[in-house]
Unconditional design. Sequence first.
Length: 94
Amino acid sequence: MPASPVASQSALTSANQGGLTVTRAGSILTVTFPTTRAVGSWVYAYAFDPASPIDWLQLDDHRQVSIDVAGLHAGKHALAFIDATGALIGWVDA
């Protein structure tokens, strides 16, 4: 499991949001990555706050990943994504 990309949710700002977008259908979030990310790329997801590792996810043909957030504790969250080098790609509100 890669290290968390930031120490806390407060470090996720508009400056490092990365151009990701999100839609929600029930507890399923679908996150779309910008065209700078290749179809088939792998990303690692973290939920905040506190930092909770999720898993490696592969971008589909639309540069999207889907995550079921039903298991997260109640409250407002952010999902942050890193690449294979551990660099923060961006984040979305969840």
